[in-house]
Design a protein around this ligand. Structure first.
Ligand code: 3H9
Length: 709
């Protein structure tokens, strides 16, 4: 019964076991064609007397990455009522739930053999099988929450029955994958084998078929009995995690479905799950996150990038052992790359390396790294006071003090020591890459790699393409960022690039709002209500207000409230006083700050007024969107989606709000433009007038103009 290799489902019979293999696209997304082919293969096998059991397999890289996300984007044609999720008038039949029911109620034992990833609907399919074998390197998870969804094909019912409610909640609410060994320990899989399609696996399947009747996962109650006995247990266990979840709406929906599935019945849970899933698919929060899924993947294909031009990076160097340098060194070493960290002075080098050790020890005690892993990583980082130790490296990332002359000096020195084909990257967050490159012999190999603090944790890297940067340099930096698990986004040269340039505009408005009548607590609260983890003033206090103060003084700029705070020695958390008064890290409103703000307003002759929360939100966000429009107009970012990825990955913009440019489209670009005109007039600030594509947006809440890219 073998099928041709180009078929998306093939069947081969070995010792009475039908190996049904999915072979569709790169990741076996369970789109309409695959669902249909799989169900046809299963029906054929059900009728075949020679078959005693089924081994359901995928490709080495993917058992299945779940429902086809592109089908979710067209709910009318394929999803609700007919396709991937709904009960079906026919277009997309069988839908995923019907396919899964077919597997679960199959008259012969079905064993899922998991290789690569089993994610979302892919894991739900595997959980409906009667047992699971996993390859050692497989990763299993229900990442729906990252798309603003809950598992929609029985996952909220079956996962707790296999691993218990606590573990299931953790997996569903964080969306984190588990390894094969964790899955085995928790009961998610029954065996781990090098190759789940091998003769050994076939033997395992035959024995299973001979000794066990095909039991359904939904009927297993052992691990949920305790929770079922005390109504409210699931909600109680989940309360904290729902608040912290990336998408609290989807998280609550998952908890509701799981509670019903445990406290009432599997079928009741399945109904709640389906209802909530369809509600979430249509929600703006999920649409925003599906946009980000596509935007992240599009950002991996910048127009200027010639991936084939990338050179291998075997060893790397970092200049500067401060917080950023140390974090970057850790990030590089985490990918197994030997790193030499160069500092000018012994004391600074020792301090930096000690901090790396401290961070590693903290990650071991947190359980996010093993002691052996930490020791291995540390052994890859070598300190040096001599640039000559960089002669053999393929890439250097400079992370020194943010000062053009300092950086130019370092690049001139590097230029003398490194090989001509070594890529030279600066981690500058504002400075002109072209100015830094100009003093080197080969400006073509210079570019920016702007990491975010803490660099070993934050995923974003703005890869800044200078006007002379060549293809090999860009591709090498981009590939390195990908290799160390970061999300690189290519941007052009301008002050602050994309992220900080837009942040600066927001900071100006935040300061202005204080002068006009708001207080820090109100402004921060509005932004947190929108979904940011921190408001601008809490963020300033955490980062330290003195840095911006120094930069403003050097650049001849002022920010009257922030300057006045610094002049009175309030530098933020580090001095236990900034926009707030601190007890430890806990900030409190401070009457002294209120007085100081009132005084500054008075001195500048600004008459204070009550400012509504909606004005605060618009004044903070819309000028940023306007700056984003300018950035697109100037070609600094290639696509609106790139800007969204930068803000979500680097600045904690809430993922369920899609990023600033997606949000503009969501509220209506015409509306944004209209409000900007009004604020420009109100504040007497022409820089607030709509720019770029916004200047053409029509004055209506739903302009339908859309965003480029
Ligand atoms: C779900 O399952 C709902 C159910 O509970 C209920 C339903 C009723 N669909 O990321 P990559 C594409 S929701 C369609 O670059 P990697 C991806 O767009 C789903 N396409 O590679 C890309 O295409 P292109 C829950 C998908 O190696 C290509 O495959 N599942 C899907 O870095 C390669 O992807 C998830 O959320 C998909 N499900 O990572 C899993 N997945 O080349 C989402 C991938 O044209 N996927 N593609 O740009 C992932 O996490 C990663 O893609 C994966 C591979 C780890 C699989």
């Amino acid at each position: 019964m073998p099928g041709p290799a180009d078929q998306i489902v093939t069947v081969s019979l070995v010792d009475g076991v039908a190996r049904i293999t999915m072979n569709s696209g790169r990741v076996n997304a369970l789109g309409r064609a695959l669902r249909r082919a799989l169900s046809e293969a299963l029906m054929r096998v059900a009728r075949d007397r020679a078959v005693t059991a089924v081994l359901l397999l995928g490709q080495p890289e993917a058992f299945s990455a779940g429902a086809d996300v592109s089908e979710l984007n067209s709910p009318e044609s394929d999803n609700s009522q007919s396709g991937v999720a709904g009960l079906g008038s026919g277009v997309g039949r069988p839908d995923l739930r019907e396919l899964i029911a077919l597997v679960e109620d199959f008259p012969k034992p079905v064993i899922a053999g998991i290789t690569g990833v089993a994610l979302g609907g892919g894991l739900e399919l595997a959980m409906a099988a009667h047992a699971r074998i996993s390859a050692p390197g497989a990763r299993l998870g229900l990442p729906e929450i990252a798309l603003g969804l809950l598992p929609g094909a029985g996952g909220t019912g079956r996962l707790p029955r296999l691993v218990g409610p606590e573990r299931a909640l953790e997996m569903i609410l964080t969306g984190k994958e588990v390894s094969a060994s964790e899955a085995l320990r928790d009961g998610l899989v029954d065996a781990v084998m090098e190759d789940p399609g091998s003769p050994d696996a076939v033997r395992w399947t035959t024995e299973y078929a001979a000794t066990r009747a095909p039991g359904r996962t939904r009927d297993r109650t052992g691990k949920v009995t305790e929770a079922a006995a005390v109504p409210g247990t699931v909600s109680r266990l989940a309360a904290d995690a729902v608040r912290k979840a990336r998408d609290p709406y989807a998280a609550q929906a998952a908890v509701d479905a799981m509670s019903a599935g445990i406290e009432q019945s599997f079928d009741r849970g399945a109904n709640v799950e389906q209802e909530k899933f369809e509600e979430r698919v249509k929600s703006p929060e999920s649409a925003a996150q599906r946009h980000l899924f596509a935007a992240e993947r599009a950002a991996r294909r910048p127009a200027y990038l010639d991936t084939d031009a990338a050179r291998a990076v075997r060893r790397a160097g970092v200049v500067g052992a401060g917080t950023m340098g140390g974090g970057i060194a850790m990030a590089l070493a985490s990918a197994g790359m030997p790193v030499t960290v160069v500092e000018a002075e012994r004391a600074a080098l020792d301090r930096g390396l000690a901090q790396v050790q401290k961070n590693l020890a903290a990650s071991v005690s947190r359980g996010s790294r093993t002691q052996a892993g930490a020791t291995q990583l540390e052994s890859l980082i070598t300190g040096s006071l001599d640039y000559a130790d960089l002669t053999d490296v393929d890439l250097v990332i400079e992370a020194a003090f943010e000062d053009l002359q300092v950086k130019q000096g370092i690049f001139a020195t590097l230029d003398r020591f490194v090989r001509p084909d070594c890529v030279l990257a600066s981690n500058t967050s504002y400075l002109g890459i072209d100015d830094i490159a100009a003093g080197t012999r080969f400006p073509a190999r210079v570019l920016g790699m702007h990491f975010f603090s803490p660099a070993n944790v934050m995923p974003l890297v703005e890869v800044v393409r200078g006007s002379s940067t060549d293809d090999a340099t860009l591709a090498t930096a981009f590939a390195t960022a990908r290799r160390i698990g970061k999300t690189p986004v290519v941007v052009g040269v301008c002050h602050g690039f994309v992220g900080n340039r837009m942040l600066e505009v927001r900071s100006v408005q935040a300061e202005q709002l204080l002068l006009e009548g708001a207080l820090p607590g109100q402004v921060d609260q509005v932004l947190k209500g929108f979904g940011f983890r921190m408001g601008p003033f809490e963020m300033g206090d955490m980062a330290g207000l003195d840095i911006g103060w120094r930069n403003r003084k050097a650049g001849g700029r002022t920010a009257p409230v922030a300057d006045a705070l610094c002049e009175s020695g309030r530098f933020g958390q580090k001095t236990s006083a900034g926009y707030y008064a601190y007890v430890g890290r806990e900030g409190h409103d401070d009457p002294e700050v209120e007085q100081l703000i009132l005084e500054v307003s008075r001195k500048l002759g600004v008459s204070r007024r009550e400012i509504s929360d909606s004005e605060i939100l618009e004044r903070l966000l819309f000028p940023m969107i306007n700056e984003g429009a300018r950035i697109l107009d100037e070609g600094i970012a290639e696509r609106a989606g790139d800007i969204d990825v930068i803000w979500v990955k680097g600045y904690n913009w809430p993922a369920y709000r899609g990023g600033p440019m997606w949000y503009a489209d969501h509220v209506g670009t015409g509306y944004v433009a209209d409000r900007l005109r009004r604020y420009a007039e109100q504040c007497g600030d022409v820089s607030l007038l709509p720019a770029g594509f916004l200047s053409k947006a029509v004055d209506s809440a739903t302009s339908g103009l859309g965003l480029p890219g």
